[in-house]
Design a protein around this ligand. Structure first.
Ligand code: FVH
Length: 286
């Protein structure tokens, strides 16, 4: 017996934002959190607060879970209460954890959709925010109206592990590019510039880098890396300047040295005339 449209399990920063978005979109929402006090503000906005996790799962046809990690998720999931319902899991984890949980859900007659949220809580409800989903298409279409309250819902296919694989891969881009920007900021601020002065150029450059990446995608898929724009030989020489400029300013040179190592290894293998996308062969051969 259900009495609300949707349940949210986990009212941390993200779960609270999700529940608030569902309420704003007019959905009858049940909430539950291990620490009950976190439900107070949502109750004031119209959420029904369940006394137990099991009651929350029994209250709605769709259950959205967003807790710290998979061990926490499995502590609170109740297969008896979830049977016949659809679980949308927005807890971060590995593709393998997502696939195992999907198999567990299927074994208990529970629909399962896995998701990756590519935004922080203030971005929830912005139609431009990306949320990635994978799992059976029916689970996506059946829950689509609810999920559209969070941002753009992007469906990546039936494999429940794909959403977390893409999520993890995209976060890798974020950490690598943010750290590249921080390294650059350390360089320019060492000589007296401010990060605020430098950053508009960095942002413009990131746009140009997006263009390079778009072109290199085809090379990666075809495993052919013509150095038509800039060869690894040329870039290896330039990376030396980055190592040198870092060292003379007392800035950690681990990142440029890693890049130099990739360039040197590609050159040593006879690929100095190729473009930078050749580096993927070193990554794949680890
Ligand atoms: N915050 C963000 O920007 C990112 C964006 C991308 C997706 N992540 C993932 O979302 C999951 C939750 O993250 P969060 O930011 O909401 O995290 P917290 O505010 O720390 O809330 C954690 C909730 O998990 C509950 N919890 C933890 N352990 C248990 C447990 N053993 N049993 C039941 N619930 C548990 C915790 O409850 P409480 O401490 O309030 O009682 C919170 O509800 C996460 O996977 C991110 O990677 C967010």
């Amino acid at each position: 017996m259900t009495n609300s449209d949707v349940t949210v399990l986990g009212l941390g920063q993200m779960g609270s934002a999700l529940a608030a978005a569902l309420l704003r979109a007019g959905h009858q929402t049940t909430v539950w959190n291990r620490t009950a006090a976190k439900a107070t503000a949502l109750a004031a906005e119209g959420a029904q607060v369940a006394a137990t996790a099991a009651q929350a799962q029994a209250a709605s046809p769709v259950i959205i879970a967003c807790v710290l990690d998979y061990p926490a998720l499995h502590e609170i999931l109740d297969p008896a209460a979830l049977a016949g319902r659809t679980l949308v899991n927005l807890t971060s984890g590995s593709p393998e954890q997502a696939r195992e949980t999907a198999a567990w859900a299927a074994g208990h007659g529970i629909g399962y959709l896995d998701g990756g949220i590519m935004i922080t809580p203030p971005g929830i409800s912005n139609p431009a925010s990306m949320l990635l989903y994978s799992g059976p298409r029916t689970a996506f279409t059946d829950t689509g109206k609810l999920l559209s309250a969070f941002g753009e819902a992007i469906y990546l296919g039936a494999d429940p592990g794909v959403a977390s694989l893409y999520d993890t891969a995209l976060l890798g881009i974020m950490w690598a590019s943010m750290t590249g920007w921080l390294h650059a900021a350390a360089l320019v601020t060492a000589d007296g510039a401010t990060a605020a002065e430098f950053t508009p150029l960095a942002i413009r450059w990131l746009g140009d880098v997006s263009g390079f990446v778009r072109a290199y995608a085809q090379q990666v898929d075809e495993r052919a890396y013509p150095g038509f724009d800039a060869t690894i030989d040329v870039q290896a020489a330039t990376i030396e300047h980055l190592v040198h400029a870092s060292e003379v300013r007392g800035i950690d040179a681990a990142l440029p040295k890693l890049l130099r190592d990739y360039a040197k290894r590609a050159v040593a293998q006879g690929h100095g005339g190729d473009g930078w996308a050749r580096v993927i062969e070193l990554l794949r051969a680890a």
